[in-house]
Write a protein that binds this ligand. Sequence first.
Ligand code: C2E
Ligand code: MG
Ligand code: MG
Ligand code: MG
Length: 290
Amino acid sequence: QFIPLGVLGALAAVAAVVWLSRRRLSLRGELATAVRRREFHMHYQPIIELDTGICVGAESLVRWTRPDGSHVRPDLFIPLAEEHGLIDALTDQVIERVIDDMRELLVQDRSAHIAINLSAGDVSSGRALKVLAAKLAGTGIHPQQIWLEATERGFIDIQRARNTLAVARRTGHCVAIDDFGVGYSSLQYLQQLPLDALKIDKSFIDAIGTDSATSPVTSHIIDMAKTLGLFTVAEGIETPAQLAYLQARQVEFGQGWLFSRALPPEEFIAFHHQRLQQYGKARENFQNPN
Ligand code: C2E
Ligand code: MG
Ligand code: MG
Ligand code: MG
């Protein structure tokens, strides 16, 4: 019997949707177990001062390795954790791991900083800040050495976001807006937020030197950061041409595979020391302006 192609296509689409939602469902169960069993660890991607080549710190990035050795990407499981009430417990573990992994380095090198990503829920509740303060107490790490990254998804309730970010800065943390340019950011809206830095989303870095429609936007985004008096951090730098452009535009900091991928803690610490020897002593850069 002949079945029209359209029907086959529709069946395939339904099967795909069913398969995806079952996968999410089973992943959700697994995620809850993983949170309970603390199956997460952190990698650290070096952040480079673009005009000197010095490694000024790192962004911490959570990693989930399942018992069978396979990995799940954070952009898959972080939203899932947010949807299913697991994000608080996950963020607690992230904070704990970062401070334990990086304590020695941060106490040794006062100019180094580590950035922690906050989820939308963390920004709206502000709870993570209390957990962080409790964890930092007695470690000798200065709050200035912890940067916090928040995406615009966390700014749905602008009043709450502003509160959380203001508390963070009063405590001494630097606050960066993450994935800048992909959301709805306008100058007016950004001016309302207490910020120190903008992280330019990788999609704008990818566009540098191409003739895509996005390419001129990158330049405007850099101008915007400068107008607001914020540091700029470029994410996802992969080529020397992108680096040269960003240096010419005086973007202060950057990270990307051109320098290094995200590394396990010991490898990042070795990378940091090696860069210091190679490029000279770090400057005292990260003076929180408030
Ligand atoms: P993000 O905060 O924008 O992190 C940057 C992502 O770009 C990381 O992906 C990093 O590995 C990747 N990346 C950096 N340089 C390059 C490059 O040169 N080329 C390419 N192709 N990719 C590069 P990752 O680790 O998969 O994290 C994805 C997202 O998951 C993060 O985006 C962040 O939104 C979220 N995430 C990661 N760790 C955490 C965490 O501890 N807490 C929270 N709430 N979210 C996290
Ligand atoms: Mg980030
Ligand atoms: Mg980012
Ligand atoms: Mg990004």
